[in-house]
Design a protein around this ligand. Structure first.
Ligand code: G6P
Ligand code: MN
Length: 441
């Protein structure tokens, strides 16, 4: 069995520990030869890298593991590059959330004004990073799940139009499928979904039982009405995530055709959500006080002890597992089904060809083959055409250094939807993002 070399860009991320452990748990199905962590922030990455050394010494001694801030060391000879960078870090995520909320607009990592602010930062850093990767590893598969994935995917499509080895992925559709399996009491891999949308803005039209072909969506609708909706790993989640999943019940009561992605709540209830988020303590604050602290505490503990102790178990990490499954599908030409972000080209028949859409694809060594969903109903089409226009305009703003295009994107966005509000929040975000955004003229 061929063994692969993988680089993780964003080695200092709070998600990296989950990946390191998952690479150990999944070493039979996706064997690694070499793993390199890369980050531009040496200090942040170091404890994670040192944790990794102890973990692999105990669990995967044959692996060649290192961490670096040098792009050549990071990228040369790689088969896969997993990209999970957060342009501006969690402190800028906090600003993306706080600034709009202070004006009564939703501040969110990927949706609305905050998402567009993060989008412009990510365009700058992601495009540079992909050029660096292509310099040293022209053949590597680039698996991107850096956010906001919708905007990043559109920017990469334009900057690298002929590059067939860049794949944009989000774990949230699969997370929703996993939640369904919790409600149904079955294995999530027995569910065969049909899905359409943009990243963080989509719906499941059907959830089939893979063995019998029965569409389980009607049953799920009843179960959600009765029991509500929880993440598969609810026991490990913060309250804000439980609230987010809880909104699926409301969404399905109002719009019962399909099962929504959890992010649809922001687009369909912008006023309600803005009124119920705390402008002084947003998700970024919750992450910094919670997951970030836990992850770095765990590293420090293990480093001090010099051994793993009880810090490695069988509890799987859904996010890391999914990304490794994607790499495995490519590496071994498995042609398994995954929900991926791809250029539309008719997958959603009544949407423009050059939209980056999220649909079920078969995935193998030659890349994703999207499965068509046909025409989508007018209501959903209207919502998505609005949002895809907004995403395209913000990417225009990046490439053209255009204030006007940014203002149009902000005005069009359903979470802003007003020219004066758009200008006000845009101007505040320009101030906050000095040096991290392209200059808008
Ligand atoms: C899901 C989404 C990601 C997003 C993450 C935020 O996994 O698919 O795109 O970044 O949630 O999670 P957090 O716990 O950092 O709020
Ligand atoms: Mn996502």
């Amino acid at each position: 069995m061929k063994k692969y070399s993988v680089c993780i860009v964003g080695g200092g991320s709070t998600f990296t520990l989950g990946f390191l452990k998952s690479f150990c748990r999944m070493k039979e199905q996706f064997p690694l030869k070499k793993l390199v962590l890369f980050d531009i922030d040496a200090e942040r990455q170091e404890p994670i890298g040192e944790f990794g050394k102890i973990l692999f010494k105990e669990q995967f001694p044959e692996l060649d593991f290192s961490y670096t801030t040098d792009i050549k060391e990071a990228y040369e000879g790689m088969d896969f590059v997993f990209m999970q960078m957060r342009a501006g870090g969690l402190p800028m995520r906090a600003k993306d959330e706080h600034i709009p909320l202070s004006m009564g607009l939703i501040g969110q990592e990927t949706c609305g004004a905050g998402g567009m602010a993060y989008g412009l930062r990510s365009c700058v850093d992601m495009i540079k990073a992909v050029h660096d990767i292509r310099n040293y590893a022209p053949e590597a598969w680039i698996l991107n799940y850096s956010n906001p994935a919708a905007i990043v995917a559109e920017a990469l499509r334009r900057e690298f139009p002929d590059d067939k080895k860049i794949l944009n992925i989000c774990d949230q559709p699969e997370n929703v499928v996993r939640s369904c399996s919790r409600l149904l009491g079955c294995d999530w891999e027995n569910l065969d979904p049909v899905y359409f949308g943009l990243n963080h803005y989509g719906w499941f039209t059907n959830i089939y039982d893979i063995k019998t072909g029965e569409d389980l969506l009607p049953k799920l609708r009843e179960l959600i009405k009765k029991n509500g909706f929880l993440p598969q790993d609810a026991e490990q989640r913060d309250q804000s995530w439980l609230d987010t999943y809880g909104m699926v019940e409301t969404l399905m009561n109002d719009f019962p055709d399909f099962l929504p992605n959890t992010y649809d709540q922001y687009y369909l209830y912008p006023d309600y959500k803005a009124a119920h988020l705390d402008p002084n303590f947003t998700r970024a604050d919750e992450v910094m006080a919670g997951r970030e602290k836990r992850v770095f505490d765990e590293c420090r503990e293990v480093i001090a002890a010099g051994v793993l102790g009880d810090k490695f178990d069988d509890i799987s990490d859904a996010h890391a597992e999914m990304m490794i499954n994607v790499a495995e599908a490519i590496a071994y030409n498995k042609n398994t089904r995954h929900i991926l972000i791809v250029e539309n080209n008719g997958a959603i028949a009544n949407m423009q060809d050059d939209a980056m859409v999220e649909v079920v694809c078969e995935l193998g060594i030659n890349g994703p083959r999207p499965m068509r969903v046909g025409n989508i109903p007018q209501f959903y089409l209207g919502l998505l055409v609005n949002q895809v226009s907004c995403e395209k305009l913000i990417v225009d703003a990046y490439f053209e250094n255009s204030y006007q295009k940014a203002l149009m994107a902000f005005t069009l966005n359903r979470l802003i939807n007003d020219g004066k509000k758009a200008r006000k929040v845009l101007d505040a975000l320009i101030e906050a993002n000095k040096g991290m955004w392209p200059e808008l003229k």
